[in-house]
Design a protein around this ligand. Structure first.
Ligand code: FES
Length: 78
């Protein structure tokens, strides 16, 4: 299993509109926290997230969360 690149050691806390989002799991996107296609060839794939209503999301920026796209505090141990 390849190791993801740490985009930043804190979450991206954003108020999101309802919709479909693709969270960057490889850490190499220039459009964090979302996929820009940079994962090609890395073995990573983005995570699809569907929000049915407006919501504030703490997107994982370190890419090491055990909870996928959601920050679980793991960044504090990196
Ligand atoms: S930013 Fe990755 S666990 Fe918090």
């Amino acid at each position: 299993m390849p190791t993801p690149t740490i985009a930043q050691k804190s979450p991206y806390v954003q108020k999101m509109a309802a919709g479909t989002y693709w969270w960057c799991s490889c850490g190499q996107s220039k459009g964090q926290p979302f996929c820009d296609g940079s994962h090609k060839g890395t073995g990573f794939a983005p995570q699809k997230v569907v929000l049915t209503e407006e919501k504030t999301v703490a997107w994982c920026g370190c890419k090491h969360s055990a909870n996928g796209c959601n920050c679980d505090g793991t960044h504090k141990q990196l």
